[in-house]
Design a protein around this ligand. Structure first.
Ligand code: CMP
Length: 138
């Protein structure tokens, strides 16, 4: 079933010049880019976006790593987009991520693992409202 998912490229991906490389992988797989923007990840937005992790030991580092920096936020559409995109990006810890995945090929740090993707339909609904308040499914 065709569905939407949301990804964002973390600030390190932008600083390292990996925007094209990463977007190309989703395009080549066959996903449609529904919306895309470069935007500032404020501390307030980062804390709200990752509120589910606020009691985790890595929360402070995670927020510091991305706050006040530019991200590239993208809505993708395609068959089983949420699961397929998670598989293309690989495990949260780049050390565990398989070769051939985005994190497996391009990242090493666990906090700064270069890309985020929604992990469920519920996460997508919550996250898209934060990054693309104007979005409505067609
Ligand atoms: P992301 O997929 O954006 O979702 C939550 C983020 O928290 C994750 O990527 C990492 O950036 C970070 N994260 C998750 N687990 C850990 C961990 N064990 N140590 C440090 N950072 C983590």
């Amino acid at each position: 079933m065709s569905e939407y998912t949301l990804i964002f490229l973390k600030p390190s991906a932008i600083k390292r010049g990996l925007i094209g490389e990463i977007i190309t992988r989703f395009e080549r797989k066959g996903f449609e880019i529904i919306d895309l923007k470069m935007m500032l990840m404020t501390r307030e937005l980062a804390e709200e976006f990752y509120a589910i992790h606020k009691d985790k030991p890595f929360f402070k580092d995670l927020i510091t790593t991305i706050s006040g920096e530019k991200i590239v936020a993208i809505i993708l559409k395609g068959r089983e987009a949420i699961d397929v995109v998670r598989r293309l990006i690989g495990a949260t810890d780049p050390v565990e991520a398989s070769a051939g995945t985005i994190r497996g090929d391009l990242a090493l740090d666990i906090t700064d693992n270069i890309i985020h993707a929604s992990d469920s339909k519920e996460s997508f609904e919550r996250e898209v409202k934060l990054l693309f308040p104007e979005f409505s499914a067609t």
